[in-house]
Design a binder for this molecule. Structure first.
Ligand SMILES: *Cc1c(COP(=O)(O)O)cnc(C)c1O
Length: 340
């Protein structure tokens, strides 16, 4: 594999830190917990989409695009990072926001990532939940084309074989850091949604024969569908790199028991995970992805699935801007006293 063969706009702050979480490790009394800080990729509060956009936006520039069009849920971190990346490149950005949760909370609908989309100058368009968003994206790109623009369409989450290259690179970066620090990684855990992160990681790790298993904690689809989505994309990514057959179906493992009521719907375990990371480590997770991913990590440690003596790396995929769309799920009751 030779990633430099692919066009790339180098904009992310890399490498992101790899650090031990001392207080969380102690609190849970299980494996050594380390964190890979992809919430620190540097663009508009960071996150995992920035690595994918380095490759996607390079393709957009190569094709002479003057506007990028993408889609996501209302509080999409991908949309926000795309808006910021487009701003940095002087391109226009149009975002289709799908109402996947049905929330009427003004913060959910206008604050957090939505606020940042607009701050970066993107235009947004609301779509009803359950629409075929890939078809909507196509429709939107076609209408820009018909109006004389040069649109470049980025799929939801930036998850295609081009975007996944960003996580092939992340896998190489992580293993180089681990080797430099003398750290043997037994498990890599992260939140999985549109599949590009896990697909890229698995391809990158297999490509260097790292033998580090990846566990995706699902945030939306049931296990068979999630694993199938990741597997398909991993195969396409390996093929793009000239390594067809690199990935086997068994390499792809997702645990979808932490989704709760559905995509973007709060769960008590997610709230607990966000509070634990905030109070023990000073680290901000998000309610839709990394909070549920961490809820899975914490529960699997408590169940003894990850054990003392092992080292687990949690890939922090970002999303903290989404907290401001979800302030209502936290209850700080007695913490904020008012002077008489
Ligand atoms: C998009 C996202 C994920 C999931 O990554 P995929 O590549 O879509 O599977 C995880 N965490 C955060 C914060 C995200 O924004």
């Amino acid at each position: 594999m030779h990633l430099a063969r692919f066009p790339r706009v180098r904009l992310a702050h890399l490498p992101t830190p790899l650090e031990r979480l001392d207080r969380l490790t102690e609190a849970l009394g299980g494996p050594d917990i380390w964190i890979k800080r992809d919430d620190c990729t540097g663009l508009s509060t960071g996150g995992n989409k920035t690595r994918k956009l380095e490759f996607l936006m390079a393709e957009a520039l190569d094709q002479g695009a003057d506007i990028v069009v993408t889609q996501g849920a209302t509080q999409s971190n991908h949309a926000r990072q795309t808006a910021a990346f487009a701003a940095r490149l002087g391109m226009d950005c149009h975002i289709l926001l799908e109402d996947r949760t049905g929330s009427n909370d003004p913060n959910y609908n206008h604050n957090g990532n939505v606020f940042l989309d607009h701050l970066h100058g993107a235009t947004t368009e609301r779509c009803a939940g359950g629409l075929d968003m890939a078809a909507e994206l196509d429709r939107s790109a076609q209408s820009f084309l018909a109006n004389g623009r040069k649109p470049y369409a980025i799929p939801g989450g930036g998850s295609n074989a081009t975007g996944a290259l960003g996580y092939v690179g992340a896998a190489q970066e992580l293993m180089q850091q681990a080797d430099e620090q003398g750290l043997v990684i037994d498990h890599l855990v992260h939140a999985t949604g549109s599949a590009g992160t896990q697909a890229g990681l698995v391809v990158g790790l297999k490509g260097i024969n790292a033998r580090v298993p990846v566990l995706g904690i699902g945030v939306r689809a049931p296990k068979p569908k999630q694993e199938e989505n990741v597997f398909k994309l991993a195969c396409a990514t390996a093929e793009k790199l000239g390594l067809p057959g690199l990935v086997e179906r068994d390499d792809i493992v997702a645990d979808t028991s932490y989704v709760g009521g559905g995509y973007g719907i709060a769960t008590p375990a997610m709230v607990e995970a966000i509070e634990m990371f905030a109070r023990l480590e000073g680290i901000l997770l998000d309610p839709v992805y990394s909070g549920k991913g961490a809820a899975g990590l914490i529960d699997l440690i408590r169940q003894g699935h990850f054990k003392r003596g092992e080292t687990v790396v949690f890939l922090h995929t970002g999303g903290s801007a989404g907290l401001f769309g979800y302030t209502g799920i936290f209850d700080f009751g007695a913490q904020s006293a008012e002077a008489a």
